[in-house]
Design a protein around this ligand. Sequence first.
Ligand code: PGA
Length: 223
Amino acid sequence: MIFAANLKCNHTRESFKSYADALNKALKNKDEEIFVFPPNVAFLKEDLKFTQGTQNFYPCFKGAFTGEIGKEHLDEFGIKCVLIGHSERRILDNEALIKAKFDFAKEQNYTIFFCIGEDLKTKNLGNSKDFLKKQLEAIDLNYEKLIIAYEPIYSIGTGISADKEDISDILETLSVLTKAKLLYGGSVNENNIKEIQTIKHCSGVLIGSAALKIENFIKLIKG
Ligand code: PGA
């Protein structure tokens, strides 16, 4: 099971250092299935027992891109894992940029967590599957380091995950399109994680709010 923590715009380098120390201690050995995405300014340059990934980057090595970070900056921290297409970034990134990010990350052989998810209106109209398929059109579904996170927008940050049946139905559909590992994200917490983990084709979870405090994230990992 993959456990990925998206810390969003939370934690400073100082607080993330304590977070990482506690997680390293809890994991003991390197665990290839644990990922944490801290804010870029909190990246740590040390041996970690989990994989540190970036919530955002610009598809360049370096250059005249004000406010962005490129490969050279990720390299400094040994980062080879990226999150692309999160709904909170899709507000800022257009389709062309999302595709450029994917293509660049693939070229660099990065592990890519690609997020997709529909809003409530789309779901209620019965258009979820068409919408999600469209979000996947721009990317190579056969890329071997691809992980897809299904994160319905109507669930993110609400404390209420999507219905098990709905998640199950979507993951079933995605599993026909790709061999990539499939995750669920959207208000995963200690009350629903066990049930979510039993869903067919679910290879893990992407967690926001419930992973902000390291003791909570460790509890979710340890079950
Ligand atoms: P949430 O966030 O767990 O707080 O809903 C998940 C995410 O946005 O990745």
